[in-house]
Design a protein around this ligand. Structure first.
Ligand code: AMP
Length: 424
């Protein structure tokens, strides 16, 4: 369809951003990049490398993996039809896509274990509020192939190291185990839980009455005060584990204690998505207000099999970058570099180009305002040096090099000025 057919007067249209979306720029983007850079640095120490998957996937990938009964799939996915009528979804989370990536590229045949991290936007049609957007950003990690709790432990160690690197204070881990698909494990627990919940069905909130039949574990983490009170005495999954899941959880807790990782056992933590098994965890911060979860993760040993692929144990997590940015301390201003001051456009742009070519941050005033204003801008820019091209300098082929920290000034050739900048 032609643009004109959609809006006959395109120039008069109101440019509005889509609800729940936001533009990122300035300081916020700097913080996002910093958080990503640090994640890259720390996660590589643990043998993880980056994977980039498409934003669009076939809808059934999420319907099957995340679960049709979950809020994410049932209510929050952005769906679209392509020109052939195929149903596609903007990814609401990263794990299903990474798993699809392993299968599509046959990666599990090539290595006994695989470790990937990803960054990027996710899309969920949620009610927007501070810290909750319809396009938000995640940093995620997935480790495939290792069944033992050592891999779970690594997630916590890596997160702890990452939080220390970005100087994030006041974050706490909560953990739980929701068992596996073995009849004696989660299915048996589910039956017990349903039995317990059925007895108070009338008092549960409307959402939980629905969850009771299609996703009963989610009733445990309902945030409605009435449901919280009603489930206080509910059976706890970590006390109804099969032998293997019990050992796994006990060993993990021992390892966490051994490594001095602090955590709290939260028997009501279930994570809500169908694909989780055994260990589940969340990262909380008291400084986040209503949206207190900064991240979450767990094991998903059954997900590959669910997709009809060869089984492979897996564990991972996702952090909300928007929320980490809210928690982060402001970054130090960018300092250093040079500011070229002058009125002769040709001379100024030529010197600016030389300085930048030498790999040094350099700014100038493209409006060639008054000398006073240019000096003011130089001071504000955080530049260490001002390179002044006044009338005299233009005539003598020199440049006045002013150290903006010390206030000293010398007249030198442009070559010497460059050498001086490179030394500092
Ligand atoms: P989840 O796997 O749904 O628990 O998401 C992992 C993390 O992503 C959460 O702990 C949040 O930090 C972040 N997150 C999830 N949904 C949103 C959203 N709508 N807006 C901002 N961040 C979100």
């Amino acid at each position: 369809m032609l643009l004109n057919a959609i809006n006959p007067t395109p120039l008069a249209m109101q440019l509005k951003i889509v609800k729940g979306m936001r533009d990122l720029y300035g300081e916020e983007v700097r913080v996002f990049s910093y958080l990503e850079e640090k994640a890259r640095e720390i996660f590589s120490l643990y043998g993880f490398s980056e994977i980039r998957t498409p934003l669009l996937e076939h809808t059934e990938l999420f319907a099957k993996g995340v679960g049709e009964e979950t809020d994410i799939v049932g209510k929050e996915m952005y769906l679209l039809e392509d020109r052939n009528g195929k149903s596609l979804a903007l990814r609401p989370e990263g794990t299903a896509s990474v798993v699809r990536g392993l299968v599509t590229n046959n990666l599990l045949k090539q290595s006994r274990q695989l470790r990937f991290f990803y960054f990027g936007p996710m899309f969920r049609y949620e009610r927007p509020q501070k810290g909750r957007y319809r396009q938000f950003y995640q940093i995620g990690v997935e480790c495939f192939g290792v069944e033992g709790p050592e891999a779970d432990l690594e997630m916590f160690l890596m997160l702890r190291q990452y939080f220390a690197a970005i100087q994030l204070q006041g974050v706490a881990f909560q953990i739980n185990s929701i068992g596996c698909q073995e009849a004696a494990c989660r299915p048996a627990f589910k039956t017990k839980l349903i039995h317990f919940l059925e007895q108070q069905k009338e008092e549960l909130c409307a959402d939980c009455q629905r969850r009771l039949s299609n996703n009963p574990l989610r009733v445990l983490d309902c945030k409605q005060p009435g449901c919280i009170a009603l489930t206080a005495q509910a059976p706890q999954s970590h006390q109804h584990l099969c032998g293997r899941c019990k050992d796994h959880f006990a060993t993990l807790q021992n390892l966490l204690d051994q490594e001095g990782v602090q955590y709290e056992l939260n028997p009501k933590l279930v994570r809500g998505l169908d694909y989780y098994s055994k260990t589940v965890f969340e990262v909380y911060s008291a400084n986040l207000g209503a949206q207190s979860a900064a991240g979450g993760g767990g094991r998903f040993d059954g997900l590959l099999e669910l997709y009809g692929s060869a089984a492979a144990p897996a564990v991972g997590f996702a952090l909300g970058l928007d929320r980490l940015a809210l928690l982060s301390e402001p970054l130090a201003p960018v300092n250093g570099g040079a500011f070229v001051i002058g009125f002769e456009s040709q001379a100024v742009v030529s010197l600016v180009a030389k300085v930048r070519q030498a790999g040094i941050l350099c700014e100038y005033d493209p409006f060639f305002s008054s000398m006073k204003s240019q000096f003011k801008q130089a001071g504000k820019s955080g530049a260490r040096w001002a390179l002044v091209l006044g009338e005299e300098e233009i005539q003598t082929g020199q440049v006045a090099l002013k150290d903006l920290d010390q206030g000293t000034q010398t007249s030198v050739t442009p070559e010497i000025a460059l050498e001086k900048l490179q030394e500092n």
